[in-house]
Design a binder for this molecule. Structure first.
Ligand SMILES: [Zn+2]
Length: 311
């Protein structure tokens, strides 16, 4: 698979100019050895640059460039699992937009956790279980492959899951075929490991354009962004995460948090306080799917633009 662009959109370094190749040939290196060295160099440099992204990228995603093909059987299984609830979500997603929140007619909010499943996911699950709060996890395909048991625990605890791509790249920088592979491979992994079909999609970095939204539609996924960004990936204190979530939440809010991509101790500490403080203000909690079905988003709650979490 060609990874000729970095997450920041800069072209990756290319091979050496012909003059160097000629000189190397005189040292009697076989050409295929040179090719292997050149590929290793490019992969190494790309991996180094990829680590410089603003939003945390799960370490497994950076080291797992191979996207597995999804079998026809997996895709057929996903299609056959499209029940009435799924169809409602798909219908909302067939309009070339992402939803940022639900309609606001009910005092419900949805907590969402991105970039797992990973080592901190079980602690997040334990907090949610104690609080009896359902949440939505936008998972990275490579991380499901790495942590299948943790992923199954997310589902066993009754949470909803959504596609957050296989490699956590900025989808707007990818050609259509790679966009499709990023989505379908992750949807397929969710089915083969978890036995359920996801109907939700969240683009890494909140970065979408009409082409990315079209791919989500084709895969029968509703694109979900957020209206409350706790910026917990910048590692603020738990106090700051709680303050942002509680002060900005309104009826129908979708709150962005992370259970993967690095040490999530502040997020884990913040979750019970967010829940208790919002409950004290009269809020209840729901998965994203239940939230938008029970309280459909209006035109003001949807957009076709990106929502950056990078400042
Ligand atoms: Zn992410």
């Amino acid at each position: 698979m060609a990874t000729d662009r970095t997450p920041s959109g800069r072209p990756a370094p290319r091979g050496r100019p012909p003059r160097n190749r000629r000189r190397r040939r005189q040292r009697r290196f076989p050409p295929f050895a040179l090719a292997i060295i050149a590929i290793a160099l490019v992969v190494g440099i790309v991996a180094l640059i990829a680590r410089g992204g603003d939003e945390p990228v799960a370490s497994t995603a950076a080291s797992e460039p191979v996207i597995p093909a999804v079998s026809e059987a997996d895709i057929a299984a996903a299609a056959s699992q499209l029940g009435p609830r799924d169809q409602e979500l798909v219908n909302i997603g067939q309009t070339g937009v992402s939803i940022n929140k639900a309609g606001g007619s009910r005092k419900y909010v949805a907590l969402t956790f991105d970039d797992g499943p990973g080592p901190d996911t079980p602690a997040v699950l334990a907090e949610l279980k104690k609080l009896n709060v359902p949440a939505t996890f936008f998972v990275i395909g490579a991380n499901i492959k790495e942590n299948p048991d943790i992923f199954r625990q997310v589902l066993a605890d009754g949470h909803e899951v959504g596609v957050h791509t296989w490699n956590h790249k900025d989808m707007t920088t990818l050609p259509a075929k790679e966009q499709q592979a990023e989505i379908e491979s992750t949807a397929g992994e969710i089915i083969s490991v978890g036995g359920v079909a996801s109907r939700l999609f969240r683009a890494p970095y909140g970065s979408v354009d009409p082409a990315v939204l079209k791919q989500a539609e084709k895969a029968k996924l509703l694109s979900v962004l957020w209206d409350v960004d706790t910026v917990d990936w910048t590692r603020p204190s738990a106090d700051q995460i709680v303050q942002t979530a509680v002060s900005q939440a309104q009826p129908g809010s979708i709150i962005l948090l992370h259970d993967g991509g690095g040490d999530r101790a502040s997020t884990i500490a913040a979750v019970p306080r967010i829940v208790k403080e919002l409950r004290a203000k009269g809020y209840e909690f729901s998965t994203v799917g239940d939230l938008v079905i029970s309280d459909p988003p209006g035109a003001d709650d949807m957009s076709s633009d990106s929502r950056s979490t990078q400042q």
